[in-house]
Design a protein around this ligand. Sequence first.
Ligand SMILES: C[S@@+](CC[C@H](N)C(=O)[O-])C[C@H]1O[C@@H](n2cnc3c(N)ncnc32)[C@H](O)[C@@H]1O
Length: 240
Amino acid sequence: MNTELTAIGLGPGDPELITLKGLRALQAAEVIFAPQSRDGDASIALRIAMPWIDQARQRVVTLPLPMTRDSGQLRPAWQAAAEVMVRELHGRRRGVYLLLGDPLLYGTFIYLWRELRLRAPELIVNVIPGITSFAAAAATAGLPLAMADERLIVLPASYETDAATLQRLLSEFATVVLMKAGAAVPSILAALEQLGLLDHALYAERVGLEGEFITRDLRALDPQHRPYLSLIIVRRGELL
Ligand SMILES: C[S@@+](CC[C@H](N)C(=O)[O-])C[C@H]1O[C@@H](n2cnc3c(N)ncnc32)[C@H](O)[C@@H]1O
């Protein structure tokens, strides 16, 4: 029997931002996998997809994946998750793996895919793209991402936040998207202030989810304790 596993990008939070193709794949699945951080939080991906899931007919399996950069913890978690997935998919035709935003943009599926290939090379894997968090944030705030010949760069903020780096990036790119902002927000705001760019940025957290907060007024933003699901877009180019 050919078994297919489809990674579905759900979009950042609003259940209506799933694509039609993603919705069809989700509803055709016999088993639905969703990542869950080990701290006991309900899976956000699962909550987003819940309106489209029929629990009487579809099996839901959450996979514990820790939120850490420690590869000593991550690798065994991906391996364990891949083993569960292979076991659950055995004898079934269609499974899906749910993710926030787009599956191939900093998504856990990339690591799982590698582990699945080693364990089940015969598994047919498909990826359905999703609306990224930064596209949804820009749309909500009416912030152009790029126009004409402009260049745009997407970075993990946790690695590049000092004023010198931002200044260098902004000399080359009209728009800089800083993802994984959370704990880096204080240093990003300090850098933007130093560069005189506080009025050229957008801060967005929990886009499309309960507690959504999107603002262009970064001067009024308390930089402390911002959640992991947050991003900043800095735009040197034209604003609306
Ligand atoms: C592991 S990455 C996943 C990115 C996701 N695959 C995407 O396409 O947007 C997690 C980062 O994405 C951003 N993110 C994802 N969902 C978000 C949301 N609903 N609101 C704000 N930022 C979000 C945040 O920067 C967060 O730190």
